[in-house]
Design a protein around this ligand. Structure first.
Ligand code: ADP
Ligand code: MG
Length: 253
């Protein structure tokens, strides 16, 4: 079966406050393996809630969620934690790296909690491969403070990939980055996607969404638009243009 994600009439109601908040209102969605999806929509439209449901960080109040063929909508906390470890990788806006450990050690971290028993040598080799995949093989011994924002986000991506996830989920991964660095990170995502990794990300920025294959828009907890991106931007092309413009600006300066 090619569908990694199947949501059927998913609802999420938060009951924590005085009044219940109906944050997701009947979302049905299928995501095929190898897709690259951007979720957009105004602040408060339910994007993060939907991402938390997709990421098994929270359970739907109603509806069915099949992840990689397994119904995960009614699983308990421990079972959800196992599913997250085995099937999902997460990238956040704020990188969430440990500051006193090297890039390599940050990438190794999820393996320490993983089900698989591995020698420290095997873990190091895997972490190194993952860093090389995001183009940071030569920065393995650096502490996060010695890395740029874009490099830190790439370390976080390498960490998210370490357990071979079925899906990589990213909530505003370029939210803290300047526009050129954002394009670099989208380049890493495009490269991973070409290698078959399924990606779902939330973004506020329309131009960033143009690097994805498919764009969803949420409004008031509902999916109101779902389109294939007609003329996708290619990050390597855009980066070349940015560099040419920078070089031209230097010549005239
Ligand atoms: P977005 O990511 O699109 O900005 P969210 O999913 O964060 O939207 O929020 C959707 C709605 O749910 C908002 O009205 C928000 O205030 C509410 N909400 C989000 N998280 C919680 C929570 N833990 N408890 C109660 N309400 C929440
Ligand atoms: Mg949000």
């Amino acid at each position: 079966m090619a569908a990694v994600v199947q949501l059927e009439e998913i609802h999420k109601i938060y009951n924590s406050g005085e009044v219940p908040v109906h944050a997701v209102r009947g979302v049905s969605l299928t995501i095929e393996r190898g897709d690259f999806v951007a979720i957009m929509g105004a602040s408060g439209s339910g994007k993060s809630t939907l991402m938390n449901l997709l990421g098994c960080l929270d359970r739907p109040s109603k509806g069915r969620y099949r992840l990689d063929g397994t119904d995960v909508s009614r699983l308990g906390r421990n079972q959800l934690a196992d599913i997250r470890n085995q099937k999902l990788g997460f990238v956040f806006q704020g990188f969430n790296l440990l500051s006193r450990t090297t890039a390599l050690e940050n990438v190794e971290l999820p393996m320490l909690y993983g089900a698989r028993r591995m020698s420290s040598r095997a873990m190091r080799d895997r972490a190194m491969k993952s860093l090389e995949l995001v183009g940071l093989g030569d920065r393995a011994a650096h502490f996060p403070s010695r890395l740029s924002g874009g490099q830190q986000q790439r370390v976080a991506i390498a960490r998210a990939l370490i357990n071979d996830p079925q899906i990589l989920l990213a909530d505003e991964p370029t939210g803290n980055l300047d526009s050129k660095t954002s394009v670099e990170v989208m380049g890493v995502f495009q490269k991973l996607n070409e290698q078959g990794i399924t990606l779902v990300m939330v973004t506020h920025e329309l131009d960033i969404a143009h690097y994805c294959r498919r764009n969803l828009i949420m409004r008031d907890g509902r999916l109101v638009s779902d389109v294939q991106v007609a003329d996708r931007l290619v990050a390597t092309d855009q980066l070349r243009k940015i560099q040419e413009a920078e070089a031209a600006a230097k010549l005239t300066a």
